[in-house]
Structure formats: C-alpha cells, structure tokens
Write a protein that binds this ligand. Sequence first.
Ligand code: TXA
Ligand code: MG
Length: 320
Amino acid sequence: MPAATGVAEAAAVLRSGGLVAFPTETVYGLGANALDARAAARIFEAKARPSFDPLITHLADVTDLTALVGALPPTVAALAERFWPGPLTLIVDRPPTVPPIVTSGLDTMAVRVPDHPVARELIRQAGVPVAAPSANRFGMLSPTRAEHVVAGLGDAVDLIVDGGPTRCGIESTIVDARGGQPVVLRLGSLPVEALVEAIGPVSVRPGSSGQPVAPGTLAAHYAPRTPLRVVTAPVPARPDDGTRGYLALRDAPEGAYGAVEVLSPDGDLTGAAARLFDALHRLDATGVTEIVAERVPDTGLGRAINDRLRRAAATWQTSG
Ligand code: TXA
Ligand code: MG
C-alpha cells in the first residue's frame, strides 16, 4: 500500500500480531509487535532467519526508550540524545516485557528510533515497540525499495507499506556503549567519524568476536544470487566479459561488460551507499555470471560499503 493510506491499516495489522514491511531511512524493515512472542516468531519464519540472530526493536521517540528499559548508561543516553532519530542502533539491557525470542535469548536488546516519518508514524499508531530486521530472506541483499521486498518475501508478509526508495541505503550502525570503550558491532549508515566526534574513541570490531553477537557481521552475508568478486582498482573488460557485470564507484570501466552500475558519478560515498543494494539487485536481475565490484575509499560511509562487499564476496568464496 502507498504510505499515505497504508499506515493506519498497517498499524492495525501489527497490533493483531501480523507482519508489516515498512520503509526506514536505512533499508525496509519486516516488523512485528516486539511484545508479542508469536508475532516475533513469524519474522524468523518469514525470513528463514536462524533463531540465534536477534532482532532490532524500533521505537517512535527517544523518550520511549526510558519508558521501556528504565535508566540508561551515560554514553548510551548521550548517543541516543545526539543521533536519534537516525541510523544508529544501541545495545541496552532487555527489559522483562520484551520476550526473549526477540533477542534470541540474549539479556541485551538492540534498539533504535528510525528517522523516517512513515516508520515513526506506524510505530506510534501501533502503540507498541516494533521488532524489525531488514525485510529480506536471511543472508540475501537488503531491500531499499518496496519492490525488493515483494520479490524477496512476497506472500510471507501481510502488508507492505511503500515509501519509495530509502535515503541511506545501508543498515544502521550498531554500537555497544554500555561501559568501557564503546564498540562498533556493525558498520553502517552512521559513519564512525561521527561517533568519534560525539563521544571520543571507539573500537570497531564488526564480527571479530567469534560469537554471533551481531550476525549481520557473519563473514558471509548481504549476498546477491550472482557470485561477486571485489577488486581494488578499476578493471577494463576482457573479451569474454560480456557475461560479467561491473559495479563501479564513479567511472564506468573501459570495454564491454554485460551490465554496468555506477554508484556515484561524483564519487560521493553517501550517495554511493544509498545506491549500493539497489545497484546489486539490478545487476543480479540481469543474469550476468559474475559481478566484479570495486572497493571504495575506506573513509566515512566507504567503510560500511566495503564491509558489505566483503561479506557478499565471502558468501561466494565459502560456498564455491
Ligand atoms: O537499519 C537497520 O538496522 C535495519 C532497519 C530495518 O532498522 N534493520 C536491520 O536489522 O538491519 P537486521 O536484523 O537485518 O540486523 C540486525 C543486527 C543483526 O546483525 C543482529 O545480530 C544485531 O543487529 N543485533 C540484534 N540484537 C543484538 C544484540 N542484543 N547484541 C548485538 N547485536 C544485536
Ligand atoms: Mg539484515
């Protein structure tokens, strides 16, 4: 449904235990009532998501967090105050009102206030916190358009609210700031530089823990159906590259690739992040035999882009 007419109906679906896909500023989410264990279970089923991968709980307003979990550690409170609504997910203690299935049994809970008017109005009207992973099948490309959700999840969703393409295009940055030096558990749409400016040094440990703390950090994730290879410099097409696809940052490569996507003609990494998953969805749909993807500069959102490309490539290295 279009956002203008769909929000009230979508809120009713959430209240009655259903699944609603909705736009956020990062990617589309697959939402369910976070206080309803059965509704949350349906998310895992629809995504074919392993039960060890916890969900992010979404709130409409910053003040809803203390209402849900009580007093916050100082750095968590400071980050929420500074960056919400926005593409930042914070780790807090799970309150007893949120059933353990939402957090995959963890005593901690990931939570954020999205910066999207449709998402916030939906959560507000639903009147409950909304658990929502990205609205794709587990391990596959994230959805940045309603069409991607239809193609990936289809009938598994009760209702999709179409808010057009998402603004940021890459998932939220996940930070554990409960004590000691804050740790970035997943690189995302809020650049590390912005965190450092707000709270000082952070450590970046996406997926280095060996424990499935943030499975969005699994070595293999965010994968297109087509095998993907990352290259460090532009690669001109060879004679047989008509069957290959190419993902460039700013300049289309020389020669005849079967399909080419340019992320950002002016090299702007924020714009490139916004188009990343859409470009990969399109290359995937062309039927090329392989996607050759350029690594981008490792600053700002470039770090999150490279993170996603590395994990997409790893899927293909491990599965052959
Ligand atoms: O931008 C986003 O964050 C999007 C939109 C829909 O909000 N959501 C999203 O959710 O990316 P998902 O499920 O695709 O990724 C959630 C990540 C997973 O890597 C999960 O392991 C991690 O959050 N996570 C959830 N709860 C956690 C916790 N208690 N501790 C550490 N990581 C957690
Ligand atoms: Mg995801």
